[in-house]
Design a protein around this ligand. Structure first.
Ligand code: HEC
Ligand code: HEC
Ligand code: HEC
Ligand code: HEC
Ligand code: HEC
Length: 173
């Protein structure tokens, strides 16, 4: 049993060393094209819709999920859009609502499966969305504002005032 766990530890260290090179891809600034040109600047900024109106209770679950078509329709059954492109996009929302087909949003942030992340302890600790995601309410297109790699997580956990654990099992199964 002892040797078994030792060799697993060895494998982890090896994977870590090999992984370091693979981890250096630039994740910061990643902003994939979306099926509908949804603007946070227009919704969360100009129209001051609170983050939690759309990202329901990010503190309570493992995920802070992206809103469903129903949430959009709360307003867009009435609000037609301003620009020609915007009007076309809102027609797409209505069509998705009628057919029941979800809008296939492309994930901007996507942690590998080996990582345990939950919004809950972070929101409970009083962190603001902007500390990790930047000023999303000024973004026409959302992009990743930090590296979202292990060093970034651990650096913040190490700050004495955060008092957050840094042992491997905090973030890995
Ligand atoms: C505070 C959270 C946190 C802690 C603590 C942590 N890790 Fe990680 N670890 C991550 C994240 C996030 C990634 C994903 C990095 C990426 O995708 O860029 C990662 C990735 C890894 C990887 C894969 C590297 C790769 O190529 O993606 C290994 C191996 C790893 N960690 C081992 C460890 C070991 C061993 C410890 C304890 C010494 C540890 N981790 C502690 C968050 C953490
Ligand atoms: C009117 C609804 C709405 C509001 C309000 C809103 N969002 Fe979003 N959010 C979305 C939609 C739709 C997406 C998916 C499309 C995209 O990425 O632009 C999204 C995506 C995101 C993402 C990227 C998700 C991923 O795939 O990784 C983050 C981070 C985010 N929102 C944070 C915020 C923050 C922070 C606020 C408040 C300042 C906010 N949102 C307000 C609807 C909203
Ligand atoms: C709380 C109300 C509200 C919600 C919820 C809402 N919107 Fe909007 N949306 C607006 C307003 C206000 C405008 C400004 C355009 C207007 O006045 O016609 C707008 C405009 C738009 C536009 C057009 C922009 C343009 O250039 O004309 C798109 C596309 C859009 N919203 C998509 C979405 C999507 C997708 C969702 C759901 C994830 C959503 N909206 C949820 C209020 C809302
Ligand atoms: C401690 C840093 C941190 C804070 C604070 C934070 N987030 Fe996140 N957020 C992340 C990470 C890391 C991911 C990627 C999770 C994954 O891929 O599993 C993420 C992903 C998301 C996503 C994509 C959907 C998902 O959960 O995978 C949305 C939407 C989001 N965050 C919204 C918010 C909102 C809204 C707030 C504020 C109420 C917030 N976040 C606060 C780090 C944070
Ligand atoms: C901006 C600072 C910050 C960043 C960035 C951050 N964290 Fe945290 N994390 C905290 C704080 C503060 C806590 C709460 C500590 C407490 O009070 O228990 C916490 C708690 C956690 C917990 C729960 C620990 C426990 O058992 O109580 C996990 C798991 C976690 N973080 C994973 C991550 C991962 C994975 C990342 C990177 C993707 C990350 N964190 C990035 C500040 C941060």
């Amino acid at each position: 049993m002892k040797t078994r766990s030792l060799s697993i530890f060895g494998l982890i260290v090896l994977a870590l060393l090999i992984g370091l090179s693979a981890c250096t891809d630039p994740r910061e600034g990643y902003a994939p094209e979306q099926p509908i040109a949804f603007s946070h600047e227009l919704h969360a900024g100009v129209n001051e819709i609170p983050c939690k109106y759309c990202h329901v209770s990010p503190g309570e679950g493992r995920h802070s999920s992206v809103p469903s078509v129903n949430t959009c329709m709360n307003c867009h059954s009435q609000v037609p859009g301003n620009t020609p492109e915007g009007k076309e996009d809102i027609k797409k929302i209505k069509k998705a609502w009628e057919t029941g087909e979800p809008i296939e949003w492309v994930k901007v942030h996507d942690m590998p499966d080996l990582v345990v992340f939950s919004h809950q302890p972070h929101i409970m600790a009083g962190l603001d969305c902007a500390e990790c995601h930047g000023q999303v309410n000024t973004m026409d297109v959302v992009s990743t504002q930090n590296e979202f790699n292990m060093g970034w997580c651990v650096d913040c956990h190490r700050q004495p005032e955060n008092n957050a654990p840094i042992d491997c099992t905090t973030c890995h199964y």
